[in-house]
Design a binder for this molecule. Structure first.
Ligand code: GLC
Length: 574
C-alpha cells in the first residue's frame, strides 16, 4: 500500500514538472540573495574626501562622510584599490597586498572604516588586482633578480636567446608592446597594462595560493566581497603562440577568458569564496554571453556576477544609438533570465561621466537626464553599481591641455601618437569626451575652495562647475538630483520586483524612448524613459487608463506615453 501511495505521489511530481510537454525549470534567479538585492555605491578613494590636506582623498576622509553614504540608502561600498602602491595606475599596481597605501592612511584607519560601515549596516567590497602586480612588489623584485629565483615563475618571462617573443598588445604601454626587455636577466616580461604592471603567472600553483592567502587575510578582517580586476585576462597560453596580424583590434578575443580561467575560478571558490559570506564580481565577461554565463552560473561554483562592457562601450564617442543600447541590455538580460546574475552599470572610474556620455550635460538638461539615467539603472534586473558623484549629476571635466590629465593610459597614448606623428589635436578633442579622468575629478562637496574636497592642492583639478553642482546645495533642494537618487534607491528597495521581476522590452524600434515592464507575482511596473532632448511618444500597447503613476523625474509626469525631453516615469499596471 505504502509503495502504491509513493508511486502515485512521485508520478504526480513528474507530471507537475512537465507542462505542455516542456520540463519546468526552476528559475534560480528568484533565489533570494543579499548581493542580488544590494545597491553598490563605488567610491574612488583618491577623489572622494581628503582629510589630511595633501590633496589626495584618504580613508579618514571617507570615514568623515559615512553619514552621507548612509543617507544615500545604498547597501554596499566598492572601494577602488587602497593597497600599497607606487600609483603608476592609481592603485591598480599593487606593491603590498596586505598593507594600506600611505596616501590613504593606515590599517587602523581601514579597521575604523570597516567598523563604521558595518555599524551603519553597509557592506564593503574590495578591489582585488591580481592579473598583475606592481613591478615594485617584492615578488617582482625577486623574480627579475635571477632566472633561478624561486619567484621567477610568478610572472611571465621570455628568454632573449629564443629571439623576440610573439607580439602581444599592451593597453597602456607607450609603444603598445606588452613585452618589456629587462637586461638584468636578458629576458622579456609580459605586461598587458603598463610597464609597471607585470602580469602574474596564474599557471603557477604557488602564485595562486599566495592570492588565496591575500583574499583570506581580507575576508578574515570581515570584508564582504571582492571585485576581481581585469581577471578575465588572468589565464594565458604560456607557450605564447603567434596571434594573427591585427589581432589587437579585437584583443579581447585572444585575451579574454582563455585556457584554464574557469578552473582557477573554481579553485578560488573552493579555497576562499565558499568559506565566507562574501560576494564576488569579475570585471569583464569574456567574449560571448556563454563565457559570462559560465562565470556566474551558481551550479559551476565560480563567481556571483560579472560585469560586461558591451553596453557601456556603446557611448565611446559622442552620439550613440539607443536602439543598439536597448538590444544589448535586452540580450544580456535574456541570457541571465533564469540562471546567473548580472551587474547593471553605465559608469565607473574607467569611464567619463554618466550624464556627459549617456545623458546631456547642457544646463537645461543636466538634472533631468541625470535623473532619467539613474531611474534606468535602478529599474533594471541585476545588481546596480553606481559611481560616486553621479548622484550629484557631476559632469565631464572639460580639460583642454594634456598637462591637465593624470591617467597613465591617456598620457602614454599621447606620447605614442606624438612619436608616430599622429593628430594630437584630434586626440585632445576625443579625450575631452572620453578620458577616464573626467570621472575622477574631486567630489564636489560645497561651493568653497576646492569644492570642500581638500585644503591642499587637489591631485586632479576640481571641475569648474563646483559652485553650482555640489552636495551642500543639493541637500537644500528637495528636487535635486541627489534627493531624486535617494528617492529612487528607496523605491527599488521597497519593490523587490525591480530586483527579481521579469524584464520585457516594449516599443523596441523607438530611437528615443526606452520602454519596458518588470513583473513578478502578478504585479507589473511600466517604465518609460526618454533618452533624447526631443518630445517623443512611445507606443507600448498598454492602456494608460489601467495604470497608476508611481514616480517621475519631472514636475508634471506624463500620463499618456508622450514624454518630455529626458523624462522618466514609472507606473503600476493594474
Ligand atoms: C581595470 C581597472 C582599471 C585599471 C586596469 C588595470 O580595468 O578598472 O582602472 O587601469 O584594470 O588594472
Amino acid at each position: 500500500m505504502k509503495k502504491i501511495i509513493l508511486s502515485i505521489l512521485s508520478l504526480g511530481l513528474v507530471i507537475s514538472q512537465f507542462c505542455n510537454g516542456q520540463q519546468l525549470i526552476k528559475n534560480e534567479n528568484l533565489d533570494k540573495k543579499w548581493w542580488k538585492e544590494a545597491i553598490v555605491y563605488q567610491i574612488y578613494p583618491r577623489s572622494f574626501k581628503d582629510n589630511d590636506g595633501d590633496g589626495i582623498g584618504d580613508l579618514k576622509g571617507i570615514i568623515s562622510k559615512l553619514d552621507y553614504i548612509k543617507s544615500l540608502g545604498v547597501d554596499v561600498i566598492w572601494l577602488n584599490p587602497i593597497y600599497g602602491s607606487p600609483n603608476d595606475d592609481n592603485g591598480y599596481d599593487v606593491s603590498d597586498y596586505k598593507g594600506i597605501m600611505k596616501d590613504f592612511g593606515t590599517m587602523d584607519d581601514f579597521d575604523a572604516l570597516l567598523k563604521g560601515l558595518h555599524d551603519r549596516g553597509i557592506k564593503l567590497v574590495m578591489d582585488l588586482v591580481v592579473n598583475h602586480s606592481s613591478d615594485e612588489h617584492e615578488w617582482f623584485r625577486q623574480s627579475r633578480s635571477s632566472r633561478n629565483s624561486p619567484y621567477r615563475n610568478y610572472y611571465h618571462w621570455w628568454n632573449a636567446e629564443q629571439g623576440k617573443p610573439p607580439y602581444r598588445y599592451s593597453l597602456f604601454d607607450v609603444n603598445h608592446d606588452a613585452w618589456r626587455y629587462d637586461s638584468l636577466t636578458n629576458a622579456y616580461y609580459l605586461h598587458y597594462f603598463s610597464r609597471k604592471q607585470p602580469d602574474l603567472n596564474w599557471e603557477n600553483p604557488k602564485l595562486r595560493q599566495e592570492v588565496y592567502d591575500i583574499m583570506k587575510f581580507w575576508a578574515n578582517k570581515g570584508i564582504d566581497g571582492f571585485r576581481l580586476d581585469a581577471f578575465q585576462f588572468a589565464a594565458k597560453d604560456t607557450t605564447f603562440p603567434g596571434f594573427p596580424k591585427g589581432f589587437e583590434k579585437n584583443f579581447n578575443l585572444y585575451y579574454g577568458v582563455q585556457g584554464n580561467l574557469h578552473g582557477y575560478l573554481q579553485e578560488m571558490n573552493k579555497e576562499v569564496l565558499s568559506k565566507y559570506n562574501v560576494m564576488s564580481v569579475a570585471e569583464g565577461a569574456g567574449n560571448t554571453n556563454e563565457d559570462a554565463h559560465n562565470m556566474v552560473d551558481a551550479d559551476r561554483h565560480e563567481l556571483n556576477m560579472a560585469y560586461a562592457f558591451e553596453a557601456v562601450d556603446i557611448a565611446k564617442k559622442e552620439g550613440y544609438s539607443l536602439i543598439h543600447l536597448k538590444e544589448v541590455f535586452s540580450k544580456w538580460d535574456s541570457t541571465f533570465s533564469e540562471k546567473g546574475w548580472l551587474s547593471i552599470f553605465l559608469a565607473n572610474h574607467d569611464q567619463a561621466r554618466l550624464v556627459s556620455r549617456f545623458g546631456n550635460d547642457a544646463q537645461e538638461f543636466r538634472e533631468s537626464s541625470s535623473k532619467m539615467l539613474t531611474t534606468f539603472i535602478m529599474t533594471m534586473r541585476g545588481t546596480p553599481y553606481y559611481y560616486n558623484g553621479d548622484e550629484l549629476g557631476m559632469t565631464n571635466a572639460g580639460f583642454t591641455k594634456i598637462e591637465d590629465y593624470n591617467d597613465v593610459a591617456t598620457l602614454n597614448e599621447y606620447q605614442h601618437l606624438k612619436s608616430i606623428g599622429g593628430d594630437l589635436n584630434k586626440f585632445l578633442n576625443q579625450i575631452q569626451f572620453s578620458c577616464r579622468d573626467n570621472g575622477r575629478t574631486p567630489f564636489q562637496w560645497n561651493d568653497k575652495e576646492n569644492a570642500g574636497f581638500t585644503t591642499g592642492k587637489p591631485w586632479l583639478q576640481v571641475n569648474k562647475n563646483y559652485k553650482t553642482i555640489n552636495e551642500e546645495a543639493q541637500e537644500k533642494d528637495a528636487n535635486s538630483v541627489l534627493n531624486y537618487f535617494r528617492k529612487i534607491v528607496k523605491f527599488r528597495k521597497d519593490n523587490p520586483l525591480l530586483t527579481y521581476g521579469k524584464y520585457t522590452l516594449l516599443d523596441k524600434n523607438n530611437p528615443d524612448a526606452y520602454s519596458f515592464t518588470r513583473e513578478m507575482d502578478g504585479k507589473k511596473f511600466l517604465i518609460l524613459l526618454n533618452f533624447s532632448a526631443k518630445l517623443t511618444t512611445t507606443n507600448t500597447g498598454i492602456n494608460f487608463k489601467n495604470t497608476t503613476l508611481l514616480l517621475g523625474n519631472l514636475k508634471k509626469p506624463s500620463v499618456d506615453g508622450t514624454l518630455k525631453p529626458y523624462e522618466a516615469v514609472i507606473y503600476q499596471v493594474n
